[in-house]
Design a binder for this molecule. Sequence first.
Ligand code: NAD
Ligand code: ZN
Ligand code: ZN
Length: 344
Amino acid sequence: MKALQYRTIGAAPEVVTVPDPEPGPGQVLLKVTAAGVCHSDIAVMSWPAEGFPYRLPLTLGHEGVGTVAALGDGVSGVGEGDAVAVYGPWGCGTCAKCAEGKENYCLRAATLGIFPPGLGRPGSMAEYLLVDDARHLVPLDGLDPVAAVPLTDAGLTPYHAIKRSLPKLVPGATAVVIGTGGLGHVAIQLLRALTSARVVALDVSEEKLRLARTVGAHETVVSDERAADAVRQLTGGLGAEAVFDFVGVEPTVATAGAVAAVEADISIVGIGGAALPVGFGVLPFEVSVNSPYWGTRGELIEVLALARSGAVSVHTETYPLDDAPLAYERLHAGKVQGRAVIVP
Ligand code: NAD
Ligand code: ZN
Ligand code: ZN
């Protein structure tokens, strides 16, 4: 089968031919119908050889949707032909966190060498994807594969971040979304669907800010050194009750800290690597800073339900597998509006 692989440190990913996978005991083979392109893959492909955490070549793609093509011995609960989304952050399935459905925070994944597809294990940017356990599959139940696939990360990750801050997003509150790309433009829709907070969106690109307004942002602000003042002004000097930074670089975490209200939550979702110091006089009283990773299985089921209700719709541009390297180039150049999706 064809697969998009990251093969050489620092080089662009390549479309290659690899053997068709076959499901072993307990595994499910999916015919991939859609695979999402995430900025995290670009981060992975920028890491140096020293300390690189995955074995190469690596088939990319940690957002995947497909049709069940074959079942390994002993699999029950899914049947051939079922259309399913893949819950990506695989865990051991039995530790205290996994027992709560929080496989994203599995306590034993690192020790046991369990990796998500596309982030250590062969991913979804291929004609077929092997899934280790049927519990990682959620029925699409009528959702379109291209529309649904970004929900498994670009939807699930902001959903998880927003859900933990819902108690702060009461009527009259303000939520700030920094970076309105793949994750950010879904975050705006989730905030509108789940809260009555005013949503202020920041980005460096006018085109992205236009998309932000289209998907429901009440206000948009150009993300520069004046952005924090602009947001403070929009909130009568008080700041925002929740800030979601989908970039995570020095200037954006500084803005996040500067727009936070007393008792605000700041979620640094972007893996730009910047840190935000906390301490008396540094941030307003009782601001909490967190760095969430992906989401829970239960939350994926909720996000898909929200999409079925029509409250969330991802803006997508599609590419055949042969053009997947181009999709990454365009994402790297900031040219993708919404989410790029590969249709193998
Ligand atoms: P994306 O490229 O689609 O979107 C990023 C957006 O940020 C773009 O619209 C870009 O114009 C904007 N941007 C860049 N610099 C900015 C600045 N200084 N101020 C404001 N906006 C700026 O990327 P994505 O796929 O949505 O991913 C967003 C981030 O989230 C990446 O860092 C990615 O690695 C990370 N991520 C984290 C998790 C997690 O679990 N924590 C999951 C998925 C993605
Ligand atoms: Zn991702
Ligand atoms: Zn576990």
